[in-house]
Design a protein around this ligand. Structure first.
Ligand code: N01
Length: 576
């Protein structure tokens, strides 16, 4: 039973928006620290991304034994992952396990969408409103709304005339969909499409994929985990977790810092073959300069295109499936049998790069004057990334400023955690933090711990509000932008830069300088008494050093063999 706060009830310490992994861990931390908190969640259960994305084949492409919370060693020991890459139902089961194990549900109000959050300058608190008529006040408002949670539904003429269903991968029906015997169309070829297409092809009588941009994807080589393997990881879990935190991506895998261009063609070939045989996102770690030097990148891009030509039998289809852009510039995909699916006689690929989808009809989709008859359509068209979920809530800070107005030309936040004009509003994995360029759960844990430590410190010193200075925010936003320039990732039209949504400003949104570099910066800010923030109380009651509570496991030593500020400057930060 949820303890439901009321408008006239006492002011809470915090309202948390969202009950995915971020919202759940935030609630847990807040409660442990003795704060009162309440979460609102639009879904009818916990899990966030893993609650909504139930499309066929959905699974995580970070290895299961690392894609999980690290804050509880007991939980690490008691939970058993069944596969190298966990399928969505298992990740959702894990999320439910976390909610039960830490008794979180009584603080979460489900099926309730937050519509507005307004800062009251006199009372110095936030009023949060929902689509179910709730109005709750809290000192802090913590946005745990996810980076890829606002589905992108491009406009297609005539879509309302289509007689069949149109499903979005990010809002998949809970009862599943049976495509047996149907003519199915899939729009898009990003990660969601690449995972679902091979499974849909097994059911559908006929499958037509509408591709606008060809995608690089690496085989997952997914497999069942043996009890022996799980036990070997569990035996040294804390050490693995520590190693992962010191890595640019927040998860551990072996990678090679050498330059692809300094290797001989034979050495490169060997390295790529070995990395391909290991599979998954670590493929990008075959050399250190792949995302920094176009000539180096060309070598891995050509290797990947050759693999496509080897797998896909029809040369014209193979050509169409071969990307001609920078390898790994858009988010790299990981697949099981994606390219081979196009060898099936009932699967066809339609190029919509030069002539876009013209319209829907009652019967199907028209491209270049040709109608493709369809019974059902899967829109795997992605998300309004990073800021889309904020756009759905009217967030009003000091002087009536809305976050949407402030971020119109691109998101502006200090450390991706807080934004000038919005005191006591924290954003977990917000734009300007590593978020989607790190393993999300580690990125979430670090933000939640920082926010929890910050709130506890404020309570210790009697501070009511915290807000970044404009100077610190501007400097951070400039740094995020500068660092992005060293990477080839900033050069293409991806959702990282908002380019998938017409009219959005083109700004590289996540922080690409590497997870441990970012963590160190957050630690320094905190250790210096929240440098770059204004707290409305004396920083310390005496002249003693400010007492901070930095969570011990985030004192991450920089693994200087792999990443350091010098490595960033030398453009040698392999980021996945
Ligand atoms: O979305 P996407 P996604 N007409 O934006 C196409 C994470 N994720 O849901 O490239 C025709 O990548 C669009 O074409 P283009 C992961 O971080 C993780 O697949 O813009 N096509 C593109 O092909 C991932 O990157 C996992 O030219 C249109 C596709 O739709 C992120 O979520 C699994 C179109 C959208 O691809 C998003 O992935 C799934 C139009 N009008 C997702 N509009 C794992 O952990 C868009 N497209 C494994």
């Amino acid at each position: 039973m949820t303890d439901r706060p009321t408008e006239t009830g006492p002011i809470l310490d915090a309202v948390v928006v969202g009950a995915g992994f971020a919202g759940m861990y935030m609630l847990h931390r807040l409660r442990d620290l003795g704060f009162t908190a309440h979460a609102f969640e639009a879904g009818s259960g916990v899990g966030g991304t893993w609650y909504w994305n139930r499309y066929p084949g959905a699974r995580c492409d970070v290895e299961s034994m690392q894609y999980s919370f690290s804050f509880s060693e007991e939980m690490d020991q008691e939970w058993d992952w069944s596969e190298k890459y966990a399928p969505q139902p298992e990740i959702l089961a894990y999320a439910n396990h976390v909610a039960d194990r830490f008794d979180l549900r009584r603080h979460i109000q489900f099926e309730t969408r937050v519509t507005a959050a307004t800062f009251d300058e006199k009372k110095r608190c936030w009023t949060v409103e929902t689509d179910r008529g709730d109005k709750v006040s809290a000192k802090f408002c913590i946005m745990a709304v996810g980076c890829l949670s606002a589905p992108n539904r491009p406009h297609f003429d005539g879509i309302e005339d289509f007689r069949g269903p149109v499903y979005h991968t990010g809002e998949w029906p809970h009862d599943g969909v049976d495509f047996t015997g149907l003519r199915v169309g899939v729009i898009g070829t990003g990660s969601s499409a690449i995972q679902s297409i091979p499974i849909i092809a097994q059911q559908a009588a006929d499958l037509t994929v509408f591709q606008r941009t060809a995608t690089y994807t690496v085989p997952a080589w997914n497999e069942k985990l043996t009890p022996e393997y799980r036990q070997s990881v569990k035996a040294s879990y804390p050490a693995l977790r520590a190693k992962a935190r010191a890595r640019p991506t927040g998860f551990y895998f072996p990678f090679n810092m050498k330059s692809a261009l300094e290797a001989t063609p034979e050495e490169r070939e060997k390295a790529y073959e070995e990395a391909w045989a290991r599979g998954g996102l670590p493929f990008l770690g075959a050399f250190g300069d792949l995302l920094f030097d176009k000539a180096a990148n060309d070598t891995i891009a050509e290797f990947a295109r050759r693999k496509i030509r080897e797998i896909v039998k029809d040369p014209a289809t193979a050509k169409l499936l071969s990307p001609d852009n920078v390898f790994g510039c858009k988010r790299l995909c990981v697949d099981t049998g994606y390219f081979a699916t196009y060898n099936l006689p009932h699967v066809k690929l339609v190029d919509v790069s030069r002539t876009p989808i013209e319209r829907f009809t009652g019967n199907g989709i028209v491209v270049d004057g040709n109608e493709y008859p369809l019974d059902a359509v899967v829109s795997a068209t992605g998300f309004a990334a990073m800021t889309g979920s904020f756009d759905k809530i009217r967030i009003t800070g000091r002087n009536g400023l809305t976050l949407a107005d402030k971020w119109r030309a691109g998101p502006r936040a200090y450390l991706g955690l807080a934004s000038v004009g919005f005191p006591n509003l924290f954003t977990i994995t917000g734009p300007g933090s590593p978020s989607v360029l790190a393993s999300m759960i580690q990125a979430i844990e670090q933000h939640v711990d920082w926010i929890g430590d910050c709130m506890a410190h404020m309570r210790d010193i009697g501070a009511e509000t915290i807000e970044p200075t404009l100077e610190a925010e501007d400097a951070w936003v400039e740094h995020v932008n500068d660092v992005s320039q060293v990477s080839l990732r900033s050069t293409c039209s991806s959702w990282y830069v908002g380019a998938n949504i017409p009219g959005r400003p083109r700004v590289f949104m996540p922080y690409i300088g590497g997870f441990p570099v970012y963590v160190q910066k957050c630690n320094e800010v905190m250790s210096a008494g929240f440098e770059g923030f204004v707290l409305d109380a004396p920083r310390s009651a005496s002249n003693a050093e400010p007492k901070v509570r930095l969570t011990e496991r985030w004192r991450v030593p920089l693994d200087i063999d792999v990443i350091s500020p010098a490595a960033v400057a030398a453009k040698r930060v392999p980021v996945v």
